[in-house]
Design a protein around this ligand. Structure first.
Ligand code: FAD
Length: 388
């Protein structure tokens, strides 16, 4: 039976934008529903803004994720040079640092082999020139390269690229419900206080922290993955980091925290605390702000206090519920669907800003058997995000 769309994407964050881009690149008719006025206004503007392989994921054996993210970093540097920039990262290793200089050197060696970008140790005579970094008990200062972006603008750029290829975006539009059978879904939504509906062959649910709430509004009943929402707070403080991004080990719990230059200020983040409230109430918490100030002050001579904070923001990670701590839990993206009962709905759990294109590409391969043959064959690895 003919439907209005081939794919209806719920959620205009980075993953919704990437799925729309990938589907339009294959010639499918795509509609995106986004509840806010523009794409990327939830988690996808609250990240640490790093386009990176995730050096620390080597420690937990997430080699595939690191390689994939570094590959994606390469494509983004090519396709979005105005939004994604390589920047030096510094890892100070002190007498009290949990990871030894040798362990970090080995990690950086593997990382540099994957990324084809070298790393080095900063000679001692240059340490006094490092943004006021504490040098007492400093043993080694490593430098390597990763990339930084403006996550909100990147999300908007990916969505704009999808729209140029035919995606229709309904902003200020709230998904209400869907009724699916084996061949199609009727999707109901509210736009400017008016209830409307369209038909689609498939639904892609990329609603970040709302994923399971959305699944509960779809008939027939959808299975859900048990998840935990993990709050990550960032603060922006007065000051400047001229050299690049500092990769710090939190003295409190040995987690990684970044201090980064950001729009002529300093961005510090992030934290990880379990969040048990509705996603729309997400906000930075005082304990996390104190934690971040304590980390920064442990490393830099010029201390910061709450009076230096000019802004703060918080986002939610979607992680599968497991007994491990949030910090060590796998960051792999999960693509979920009720294969037998209802092949019409595909849901994306978790994910990385960095890997959005690869994730969407992977999802396209999974949904391909449920769609007609693609009418176009554009390779998203080669699509420029620069507006022509
Ligand atoms: C603190 C933190 C730091 C991070 N740092 C990094 C980093 O440095 N690098 C990196 O690679 N990754 C990072 N990540 C991961 C990355 O930011 C996320 O994986 C990504 O932004 C999630 O995007 P998304 O599209 O899945 O979800 P979201 O961006 O949350 O998008 C979901 C969208 O669905 C919409 N929506 C929800 N319900 C409805 C409805 N009923 N109707 C219509 N629309 C709806 C929402 O409005 C929203 O726009 C970080 C994550 C966090 C939380």
């Amino acid at each position: 039976m003919a439907t209005d769309y081939d794919l209806l994407v719920i959620g205009g964050g980075i993953h919704g934008a990437a799925c729309a881009q990938a589907a339009s690149a294959r010639g499918y008719r795509v509609l995106v529903l986004e509840q806010y006025e523009k794409p990327g206004m939830v988690t996808s503007c609250k990240s640490s803004k790093l386009i990176h392989g995730g050096l620390r994921y080597l420690e937990t054996g997430q080699i595939k994720l690191v390689r994939e993210c570094l590959q994606e970093r390469h494509y983004l540097l090519e396709n979005a040079p105005h939004l994604v920039k390589l920047i030096p990262f510094y890892i100070p290793v002190y007498k009290h640092t949990k990871r030894s200089s040798l362990a970090i050197r080995i990690g950086l060696l593997i990382y540099s082999l994957f990324s084809k970008k070298t790393f080095k140790s900063i000679p001692r005579h240059q340490w006094s020139d490092m943004d006021g970094l504490n040098t007492k008990d400093l043993k080694t200062l490593f430098q390597y390269y990763d990339a930084q972006t403006d996550d909100q603008l990147l999300t908007e750029a990916v969505m704009a690229s999808a729209q140029r290829m035919g995606t229709v975006l309904y902003a200020n539009t709230i998904f209400d419900s869907a009724d699916c059978n084996n061949n199609q879904c009727t999707v109901c939504f509210t736009q400017n206080a008016i209830s409307k509906s369209v038909t689609t062959k498939l639904i892609i649910n990329t609603t970040g922290p709302w994923v399971n709430q959305i699944l509960n509004k779809i008939k027939p009943e959808q299975s859900v993955i048990d998840i935990e929402l993990v709050l990550g707070t960032h603060i922006i403080v007065n000051g400047e980091l001229k050299k690049g991004i500092y990769y710090l080990e939190a003295p409190q719990d040995k987690r990684a925290v970044f201090a980064m230059p950001w729009k002529n200020k300093i961005l510090i983040g992030t934290t990880e605390s379990i969040f048990n409230a509705p996603p729309e109430t997400t906000a930075p918490v005082d304990a996390d702000i104190d934690y971040l100030l304590t980390v920064y002050n442990a490393y830099f001579k010029q201390h910061k206090s709450t009076a230096d904070i000019v802004d703060s923001f918080a986002g939610l990670r979607v992680l599968p519920k497991t007994p491990e701590s949030a910090f060590t839990r796998s960051r792999d993206t999960i693509i979920h669907h009720n294969s037998e009962e209802n092949p019409c709905v595909f849901t994306l759990y978790g994910g990385k800003l960095t890997a959005h294109r690869a994730t969407a590409d992977h999802l396209m391969k999974i949904i391909q058997p449920f769609l007609p043959a693609p009418t176009k064959n554009m390779d998203t690895r080669k699509i420029s995000l620069l507006e022509k």
